[in-house]
Design a protein around this ligand. Sequence first.
Ligand code: PMP
Length: 455
Amino acid sequence: DLHMQFGPKLITSLPGPKATAAVAHDDRVISPSYTRSYPLVAKSGRGIRITDVDGNEFLDFAAGIAVNSTGHCHPDVVTAIQKQAAELIHISGTDFYYESMTQFADRLSAVAPMPGPHRFYYGNSGAEAVECALKVARYHTKRQHVISFFGAFHGRTMGALSLTGSKPQQKRRFAPLVPGVTHIEYPYAYRGCTGGPQEQEKFALGCARYIEDKLFKKTLPPEEVAAIFVEPIQGEGGYVVAPTNFLQELRAICDRHGILLVADEVQSGAGRTGKWWAIEHTGVQPDIVCMAKGIASGMPLGICMTRAEIMDWVPGSHASTFGGNPIAIASALATMDILEREGIANAEKIGGKMLDRLKGWTKTHALVGDVRGRGLMIGIELVLDKETREPATALRNRVETLCFEKGLLILGCGETSLRLCPPLIVNEQEATVALDILEEALSQVEEEHARASEA
Ligand code: PMP
């Protein structure tokens, strides 16, 4: 019984001595570079399980931030990496060819959300994929400005950071950023609209129409706008699903003004939502797609894919020494096989079942304000009060920690949401156990909160 393995019975004291030693900071170190919700010190992974340095086992519903799409150390991925490492590790795609670089481009072309032919840039991360999209959009259109959204996360390099619109601390003291970025409202209905489905549609349309009705009329000449960058589902912003009419309207605006539509699918892509790309759920065709994370099961790979005529720069305009190195591509090819064979269909099936159960929690759990998502990209927004929708950030953080103590790895996102983004090969039993642990943690936090409120 998985409950026995991952439940509180297995984990008696966390973190153990080895983990404690590993996270103890030297006096001279001011603070760790990143905040961590809980002190996991990972040692090994297999499938959807992680073992820490003290031998504790966890169900991994964070998947290295939606990266381990095929689970940890999938045997096919391991074999592909080992075989490639013994054959050719690096040659640099900037100056030389290797077969797999074009093989993989062909495979991606076949599943692209817009018609081909396509062109590709291979980099090493999501941020580099976005950076490329920004440069190619400016180069191709010869326009300077771009539009992106509040709540957006596109990465931490200077261009991608400039497009990012989530947390102020990500930008503080890094200015001046890349000029020419205008942020506007994303259709985050739970935060921007208190009405029912019809009102929410209107709200979403209003968010898109603001571009022509206000921005283009008052401050930003449309003929100077190169691109609109949008996550079809905002990731770091809180797993917020953009309604179809919103993306359709963005497409129409882009078409009317010769603007490129860039879909940042770094977190939502590579099968996570039950289709190759999240934007496919809407039928909208982007001009450029950014991808990374789950595409190579954890090997560093970030890709910018465009319709061929868009990436029209002269050779050498943009490149990366390591980008798309043979090992990352080998891992990506193996990943694609697994996702096409089972992962994507499984994401739809298991994700749908999880979502059904979780939707019920908005009625049965005091803290659960909203549940949303597609496939295995599911967000749960916690609130102190369902009327006022006051964020419950501290309690959300407490749920994360309690889950860790009970043997489940999850991550927060947005101001007050929890995200579930397990490997796409997760089975029904594992999903059930994970939700049982989460529900137990949630109930415990609700009780603690009720007691504290009475006192
Ligand atoms: N775009 C999106 C939508 C992301 O979620 C992320 C990472 N969270 C990035 C870009 C940046 O990716 P990376 O951290 O690999 O640079």
